[in-house]
Every structure is written in structure tokens, then in C-alpha cells.
Design a protein around this ligand. Structure first.
Ligand SMILES: CC(C)(COP(=O)(O)OP(=O)(O)OC[C@H]1O[C@@H](n2cnc3c(N)ncnc32)[C@H](O)[C@@H]1OP(=O)(O)O)[C@@H](O)C(=O)NCCC(=O)NCCS
Length: 303
């Protein structure tokens, strides 16, 4: 196992992952962010170099993270050989299985590997499946103007409580801190009323995916989210990022918005596996699994 810290190797890896798109999402997005200032404090692991069979991104060990915060404790994986993926993820040098974390990837084998290791280690896994929608040509995306009286702006940390309260799967302190991290460090966009209240917003995350799209119920069906996605897509594309999102298969409004903008649904599914250690007597609450939330389990990787 190697931690890639040399900038020329990381650039080379980025180029190799780009050639493997879309299968290399979301690892490609994570490596791109690492190579552009590393706002989430991630690091990149490979089994060997320059020939590698697995790439894993994870939070740097020195980046303080609440051991129960599976929102911020984000890993992503891309493998060329499932056996190499299994060997690396099994290693406690690569993955800290005593903490809660989420791992994302587009390959079916990732689910099987994570579930197998979790079973042996006696930890819980929740699996979420998404469709990946990728834009083939962001400059060709139709650009819509904000509706009358509305202003386009980045999301402000002042609005994080609103985002956390309206997120079905938020409502706890971990999701609040995670949303605040996204707002402060990654591109985002919202539409503000003349009074300065956001009515629609979209964020992006450490794997460079569009995420947390939301329009207040009274304002839906007026194309607001399309204004925001168009603006963010232009921003992401100008920095060389792919423009993509993960959407729950049953979320038709999200899919309609994205299809109308020219996104293509990719074959297969993307996976988000949320791993939480089982509670043990005497353990502090913060490592005993998800904090209580208003809406049940968390979902992140969705527009
Ligand atoms: C998905 C969502 C962000 C779309 O925002 P929006 O600003 O309404 O987007 P659009 O105006 O482009 O409308 C998208 C689709 O919503 C549907 N829609 C239209 N009017 C609607 C209404 N009054 N209420 C709900 N949905 C409506 C339509 O299917 C529409 O597609 P169409 O214009 O091709 O008919 C919004 O529905 C939402 O916030 N949903 C809840 C949160 C969510 O699911 N977020 C995505 C995470 S998976």
C-alpha cells in the first residue's frame, strides 16, 4: 500500500482515471480536488505504483474527524481487480473500521467486498444505490436566467440550518457540519429572493458531484434548479471537472431536470455504503453509529 503524495504522480493518476471515465467516478473527482488545493483534506492510496489495481481516497489521518461522523468520513474506490480491492480495504492501515464512514464507487464488486469485510468485522452496512447522470458536453448545456426578482449567488454558511432542516436525511449535528464544510469549501449556487432568502440551491462535494439539490415546495416546477445546475456546471467545467450527479432511481423530478439539461444516464448503478461500528458497552455515543436524525438514514450523493 502506498500513499501518493508526489504531485507529478497524482497528476499522472488523474490523467489515467480520466481515460477510464465514467467508471472511475467518483474517485476521479476526488483526485481532481486533491490536485487543486485539497479542500477536504483527502489522501490517495494505491496498492502499487505505477501499475495499480486499486485506488482509494480517504480523509488524511491528521484531519480531525469525529469517529461517528460518517458524513465527513468519506472514502471512494476504483479497482481494476476485485481481489486487490478486497486486500486493501481489509487492511486497517487503509481503512479505519473502528470509525463510522461512507465509501462510494461505481463498481458492483465494491458492495460485495465491503459487505463481506463488514460481516467478518461485525460492523453494520447500509447500501444506497443511485443512477449516475453525466453531462457529455457542458458548454452545450442550455443556460437559464434567474426568474424575475431572484438573484443567483453562492450558498452562504448563514443558510446552513435551512439546508439541514429541509434535507430529509439531515437534521443532526453531523449533517449540519458536513453541509457547512461543503458550503465553505466547494462550489455551490442558490437563488435568493429580494429579501435574501434562498428558495432553491445546489451544492457540490469532495468527489465533485452535484449534490443536495433542493427547491422549496412552493417554488417547484418553475425551472429554478436548472438555472443553478447550469451556473454550477459552467463553473465546474471551467476548472476541468466532470459534471455529474447521483440520483435515486425513483426521483423523477431530479432526473427530468437533468435530462432536460442534456445529462445522460450512465449504465449500471453507483453505490454509497455507510458503515457504522456496532455499539459496545462503555463506548462514547459518538462512535456508536448514526446520530439521531429527523428523517432516518442519510443520503448524500443525490442531486
Ligand atoms: C428535484 C427538485 C430539486 C427539482 O427542483 P425544481 O426547481 O422544481 O426543478 P424543475 O422546475 O426543473 O422541475 C423538475 C420536475 O419537477 C416536477 N414538478 C413540476 N412541478 C412541480 C411541483 N409543483 N412540485 C413538485 N414537482 C414538480 C416536474 O416533473 C418537473 O419536470 P418537467 O418540468 O419536465 O415537468 C425539487 O423537486 C426538490 O427539491 N425535491 C425534493 C428534494 C429532492 O428530491 N432533491 C433531490 C435529491 S435526490
Amino acid at each position: 500500500m502506498l500513499i501518493l503524495s508526489c504531485s507529478s504522480k497524482l497528476r499522472l493518476l488523474e490523467g489515467l482515471l480520466q481515460r477510464g471515465l465514467p467508471e472511475t467516478l467518483p474517485v476521479y473527482g476526488a483526485v481532481m480536488h486533491v490536485n487543486r488545493g485539497n479542500p477536504a483534506g483527502q489522501e490517495v492510496l494505491v496498492d502499487s505504483w505505477p501499475e495499480f489495481k486499486i485506488v482509494l481516497t480517504r480523509p488524511r489521518r491528521e484531519v480531525a474527524c469525529d469517529p461517528g461522523n460518517y458524513c465527513a468520513n468519506l472514502y471512494s474506490a476504483f479497482y481494476q481487480e476485485e481481489g486487490a480491492c478486497r486486500a486493501l480495504l481489509r487492511s486497517s492501515h487503509a481503512v479505519d473500521w473502528s470509525q463510522a464512514f461512507q465509501i462510494q464507487g461505481l463498481q458492483d464488486g465494491l458492495c460485495e467486498v465491503v459487505r463481506d469485510i463488514a460481516r467478518v468485522r461485525g460492523v453494520d452496512v447500509e447500501t444506497y444505490q443511485y443512477q449516475t447522470l453525466l453531462h457529455p458536453d457542458p458548454p452545450a448545456m442550455p443556460q437559464h436566467r434567474p426568474g424575475k426578482g431572484l438573484t443567483l449567488a453562492p450558498v452562504s454558511s448563514a443558510h446552513v440550518a435551512l439546508l439541514n432542516d429541509t434535507w430529509d436525511f439531515g437534521g443532526n449535528s453531523w449533517s449540519l457540519h458536513y453541509l457547512d464544510l461543503l458550503i465553505r469549501h466547494f462550489p455551490s449556487a442558490c437563488l435568493l429572493t429580494p429579501e435574501g432568502h434562498p428558495i432553491s440551491w445546489t451544492l457540490t462535494d469532495p468527489v465533485a458531484s452535484l449534490t443536495h439539490g433542493y427547491t422549496l415546495p412552493g417554488h417547484r416546477g418553475q425551472g429554478h434548479i436548472r438555472v443553478l445546475i447550469g451556473a454550477l456546471a459552467a463553473q465546474l467545467h471551467a476548472c476541468g471537472f466532470p459534471v455529474y450527479a447521483g440520483v435515486l432511481p425513483e426521483n423523477e423530478p431530479s432526473q427530468r431536470s437533468l435530462h432536460r439539461l442534456g445529462f445522460h444516464t450512465q449504465p449500471g448503478l453507483s453505490y454509497q455504503l455507510v458503515v457504522t461500528p456496532k455499539p459496545t458497552q462503555g463506548q462514547p455515543a459518538s462512535v456508536q453509529g448514526p446520530a439521531p436524525s429527523s428523517g432516518g438514514q442519510l443520503r448524500f450523493h443525490s442531486l
